[in-house]
Ligand binder design. Structure first.
Ligand code: HEM
Length: 498
């Protein structure tokens, strides 16, 4: 604590052993669902404690989760200076979150792993998202999304035009990740996804005591439930992995038989690459590295099952909210789809031509970033100018704050204006290159971003080609953080076939 103060980092005074956790909880109970219509100025709603500390301490300060110090960062210039000092493999991920989220991500999945292990995992996984694979994934995405929309059409024609878009899209995106990364049917992945969702609710809906010593004794039922769900998920994943091993042996045996009972599968999909790597003669490992152990394999599967669908589904869902509110953008995008895609089948190459859809996507990522923060932990002292961030300090980068900062974007920061990306597709006119971080930064930037952008464009193209839509009067604007940024009361939308 003193070391941080000596280095000029201020912040709210912590109390032992809760740190600032009580302040955080108190400020959360004060924010009720707003009744003043839909406001995109969401920072003070989703992070009321950070908004209020910013007023006293600025855009860089220290706060405490229990006995763990966190360096809060909402200043892109400061972030640039820090990240310039540390290589991707030199960063840690906060140990307190690793423990807390272990049932969900494991500690060996790509999101959490560090150092040389991270280099090795990233190296194995990156080829799963190469161009050829993305092309095959596109077909599977079109298949799943079309099935979802056929269901919507049936429901609408039976006289019920209201659909909870968030629930529907999350389910379908779950199906997509099951097929594209694991080569399995939705049914085989369904239990994993349901249990992950239950786990997310268990971990993030109740009061949280992350970083508080002996916290698991404060909420013993929650810890028990989380561990139980975590074990069940591990068990399901072991059996998926085993089944896939057997399947690939059978395929090799029956190589010459035409077996059309097998579902379509991406060549060298994620699980295939992981399995190759986990076999004793794994190739492609970093020199001197060992192959992936079964434990690592299961953690990696967990990471992808969860990380691979929810964020993308939320980006699509928030877009549906904004397009429902601003129907002129539905018209613009539909026009563009007509010109770029026309009657052709949607495929990966054509999607690049959807420029306006790209602006809309970025503008939604800006206002409602599905990943609302990025985290790091210092694994050594980091010198920034004449200050030192001591080894072990956690960093919490407040993406929502930067995306809503008028100093970076101008006074219209809280308005939905996709055209700000027209002449500056990467940064939308933000006056700092690290002020727009929907996928994180540096070498640890999201490995699935090309898949997610492709999936986004396919879903929207198919939806906009079949329906126009408006917001249901029952919609309650209540964005909140449950690990990701979610519309916590669902997203009911009224559809009309075109
Ligand atoms: C809209 C969709 C998505 C968003 C907003 C998103 C966001 C992020 C963010 C913010 C990070 C952390 C980056 C950092 O620490 O600097 C991340 C990392 C990661 N994401 Fe995504 N993601 C999305 C889709 C996906 C998909 C579809 C997959 C997999 C199929 C995926 C897998 C991962 C993995 C494995 C990491 C860890 C990368 C590493 O540390 O090397 N994400 N993502």
């Amino acid at each position: 604590h003193m070391k941080l103060r000596r280095n000029g980092f201020n912040g709210p005074s912590p109390c032992f052993p809760l740190g600032n956790t009580t302040d955080i909880m108190a400020s959360m109970t004060k924010t009720n669902a707003s009744k003043d219509g839909i406001n995109h100025d969401i920072h003070s709603r989703v992070f009321p404690y950070f908004a209020s500390w910013q007023k006293s301490f600025g855009k860089v300060f220290i706060y405490w989760l229990g006995t763990e110090p966190f360096l809060y960062v909402a200043d892109p210039e400061f972030l640039k200076n820090v990240s310039g000092q540390v290589m991707a493999k030199g960063w840690g991920k906060p140990s307190v979150f690793k423990n807390d989220r272990k049932p969900m991500f494991g500690i060996n999945g790509l999101v959490m792993v560090e150092g040389e292990d991270w280099v090795r995992h990233r190296h194995v996984i990156t080829p799963a998202f190469n161009k050829a694979n993305l092309k095959e994934m596109a077909c599977l995405i079109v298949e799943s999304a079309t099935k979802m929309l056929d269901g919507w059409a049936t429901q609408i024609s039976s006289g019920n035009p209201e659909i909870d878009v968030e629930r529907e899209v999350i389910t379908t995106a779950g199906e997509v990740i099951a097929k594209t990364s694991f080569g399995i049917s939705y049914e085989s992945g369904r239990l994993v996804l349901e249990k992950l969702r239950a786990l997310q609710t268990t971990l993030f809906k109740t009061n949280r005591f992350v970083g508080v010593p002996f916290a698991k004794f404060l909420c013993p039922n929650k810890s028990l439930e989380a561990n139980k769900l975590g074990k069940e998920i591990d068990g399901l994943l072991y059996s998926i992995v085993e089944a896939r091993k057997v399947e690939s042996q059978n395929i090799t045996k029956n190589n010459n038989k035409n077996n059309d009972t097998h579902h379509r599968q991406v060549h060298n999909d994620l699980l295939g690459l992981l399995l190759k790597e986990s076999s004793s003669n794994g190739v492609g490992a970093v020199k001197g590295g060992r192959s992936l152990s079964t434990r690592e394999l299961v953690d990696e599967c967990k990471t992808f099952f969860f990380g691979g669908h929810e964020t993308t589904a939320l980006a699509i869902s928030w877009t549906m909210l904004l397009l429902a509110m601003y129907p002129q953008w539905q018209v613009e995008l539909r026009e563009e789809i007509k010109q770029v895609i026309g009657d052709k089948e949607v495929d990966a190459t054509l999607l690049g031509g959807l420029k306006k859809m790209g602006w809309v996507m970025n503008e939604v990522f800006r206002l409602y970033p599905s990943a609302p923060n990025v985290q790091r932990q210092a694994r050594g002292d980091i010198k920034v100018g004449d200050r030192t961030i001591p080894n072990g300090t956690n960093m919490w980068i407040d993406v929502v704050a930067m995306h809503h900062d008028p100093a970076l974007w101008g006074e219209d920061v809280n308005q939905f204006k996709p055209q700000r990306f027209k002449d500056d597709i990467l940064f939308g006119g933000c006056n700092h290159k690290m002020g727009f971080l929907p996928f994180g930064f540096g070498g640890r930037m999201c490995v699935g971003r090309n898949l997610s952008m492709m999936e986004y464009k396919i879903f929207l193209t198919l939806i906009l080609s079949r329906f126009s839509f408006k917001l249901s009067p029952t919609y309650n604007h209540s964005p909140a953080i449950m690990l990701s940024l979610r519309p916590t009361q669902g997203l009911p939308v009224l559809f009309q076939p075109l």
